[in-house]
Structure formats: structure tokens, C-alpha cells
Ligand binder design. Structure first.
Ligand SMILES: Nc1ncnc2c1ncn2[C@@H]1O[C@H](COP(=O)(O)OP(=O)(O)OP(=O)(O)O)[C@@H](O)[C@H]1O
Ligand SMILES: [Mg+2]
Length: 280
């Protein structure tokens, strides 16, 4: 298996991200995030859970220094995110923090998948052989060498998603932000991704994954942060603590009291044929 360990030791000491009183409003009006206080340490595997519109993607964009908070402050890898968002030291920052967007069409802009995956390493000024090595590794990680020469626009949604992830992996960032990585993936591809996340985490990378799919949460996280529909943090705990808190999940619109929550936890336990609860 390719080497996917942490390369930078410079930020290993303190928190990776520190958010104090962070708010974000689009166009100064629509409040997406409100009063976020959060500390993220190196090597954590975090799932950001929240209903549609709860601010997950907005929070990932803030952590990636794409946008600056409209109130409060974020320090990321020792840098002020507002400065990164203004372009200061942004290239160096994005060698270390990579975001896979929710919409792969934003990430893929080249003529072929290979060109997209090679883009980051070429920007780093690596030699042709190093670029080739990184591309081969990233394509293999996502199990997509067979689509390397295809045009992104002619791929299926799931193929695009895997290509977009490969284009971030090729930079070998130590912090990887994934926005809904398993959405619309078939079971085998979903497993490829869960397995990848587990291996990246085992190699010391920091992973922050936004999702509202509860079934993968215990497999890919050791800490779960729950956002309310008002863009506030309403839960922060282990997967067991959060997934066991039915009232919290209902309040955050992650399960519905009138829908059978079979998918929440039942799949991590064998069915009890005696309980008579699940119809055959
Ligand atoms: N470009 C934008 N302009 C204006 N409002 C926006 C924009 N992007 C997001 N919003 C609003 O900000 C809020 C948070 O959106 P965000 O995309 O962060 O939520 P999310 O948790 O990622 O949702 P989803 O699960 O649907 O991806 C929503 O109310 C949304 O309508
Ligand atoms: Mg989103």
C-alpha cells in the first residue's frame, strides 16, 4: 500500500483548528453558522452531522480557508483563516488542507481525470516521475485507473465523486475535509471510501467528514459534532453517545420520529429474531 503518512510535523503540537465565536452569513443576511466554538486536534477523525442547510458545507469552506468568518475568528494550522481567505500564504495552506467539495463539478475542470489528478502535484513543481507516482497512487486509492483518460463531464455521478477525491489525495494533504463523500455511491464504492478513510486516519491524517448518513458514522469517526438547523453546535461526543441520543437526532432532523430509524444503529448489530419488531 502506498505511503500515506503525515509529512509535516510543524503543526503536530497544538490544536489544528481553533474556532472562537464563529458566525457566517451569506450576503450579510442568511445566517449559515452561529456562535461556533470548536477545537480540532491533529489526528482526529470527525464527522460533522447535520440536516440539509445546517451549515456543514459552510463550515468546511471556512476550515479550508475559502471564505472568512463574518464574525469571530478561526486559527488553522497556526494561521488566521481570514488572511488565508484573502490569499495570503494560501498555496502553502492548501498543500496541507484539502477539501473535497460536495459537488464534484466544482472540483473537476480539466480535459481528463488524469489532468485533474495531476494538477495539484504539478502546481507543487514536482518532477514528472513524482507527479506520475502520486497520480497512480491517488487513482489506485479510489479504484479508478480505468477512467484516467476520460473527460470528467462524461462520467457518472459516483465516478466524478471518486475522481474529485483522487484530485485532492494526490496533494497528500495532512488534513482532509470531505463533504458528503459517500452520498450517491453504490455499496462497494462506499466501502472503498470507508476503507480509505480508515487507512488515512490510521496513518495519522486528520479527517473531517460532513454527512447526514448515519450508518457510516461509527466506521469513520471517533468524534461526532452535530449542527442544528440554525447552524449551531448542539452535540459533540463519541459516535456511541451521539447515535444513542435519539432526542438529539430528532431535534437536529437527522431522524424523523414517524420514520422507522432502522438504518441508524440496527445495521451495526445483528437482528434479534425474537424481538418481533422487524417484519419479515
Ligand atoms: N451561496 C449561498 N448563498 C446564499 N445562501 C447560501 C449559499 N450557500 C448556502 N447557503 C445557505 O446557508 C445555509 C447553510 O448551507 P450549507 O450548504 O452550509 O448547508 P449543508 O449543511 O451543507 O446542507 P446540505 O446537507 O444540503 O449539503 C443554508 O440555509 C443555505 O441555504
Ligand atoms: Mg452541504
Amino acid at each position: 500500500m502506498p505511503e500515506i503518512g503525515v509529512t509535516s510535523e510543524s503543526v503536530a503540537a497544538g490544536p489544528l483548528f481553533e474556532l472562537r465565536g464563529v458566525g457566517y452569513s451569506y450576503s450579510g443576511r442568511r445566517v449559515a453558522l452561529d456562535g461556533i466554538d470548536l477545537v480540532i486536534r491533529p489526528g482526529e477523525r470527525i464527522v460533522l452531522l447535520g440536516a440539509n442547510g445546517s451549515g456543514k458545507s459552510t463550515l468546511l469552506k471556512l476550515l479550508d480557508g475559502i471564505v472568512a468568518p463574518t464574525s469571530g475568528a478561526i486559527t488553522a494550522l497556526g494561521r488566521d483563516v481570514a488572511a488565508v481567505a484573502a490569499g495570503e500564504d494560501s498555496f502553502q495552506f492548501h498543500r496541507e488542507v484539502g477539501l473535497v467539495f460536495q459537488d464534484p463539478d466544482i472540483q473537476l475542470f480539466s480535459a481528463t481525470v488524469m489532468d485533474d489528478v495531476a494538477f495539484g502535484p504539478l502546481q507543487l513543481g514536482l518532477s514528472a516521475s513524482e507527479v506520475g507516482e502520486r497520480c497512480a497512487e491517488a487513482l489506485a486509492e479510489m479504484d479508478i485507473p480505468h477512467i484516467a483518460d476520460r473527460a470528467p463531464f462524461e462520467l457518472s455521478g459516483g465516478e466524478k465523486k471518486r475522481a474529485a477525491i483522487a484530485s485532492v489525495l494526490s496533494l497528500r494533504p495532512q488534513v482532509i475535509l470531505l463533504d458528503e463523500p459517500t452520498a450517491s455511491l453504490d455499496p462497494r464504492t462506499k466501502w472503498v471510501l470507508v476503507d480509505l478513510i480508515q487507512r488515512l486516519a490510521a496513518a495519522g491524517r486528520t479527517l473531517i467528514v460532513a454527512t447526514h448518513e448515519l450508518d457510516v458514522v461509527p466506521l469513520i469517526s471517533d468524534r461526532v459534532i452535530v449542527l442544528s438547523e440554525g447552524g449551531r453546535i448542539v452535540g459533540d461526543g463519541t459516535p456511541d453517545e451521539i447515535l444513542g441520543d435519539r432526542d438529539l437526532l430528532v431535534a437536529a432532523n437527522l431522524i424523523h420520529e414517524h420514520l422507522h430509524e432502522h438504518g441508524v444503529v440496527a445495521h451495526s448489530h445483528p437482528h434479534d429474531p425474537e424481538d418481533g419488531h422487524h417484519p419479515a
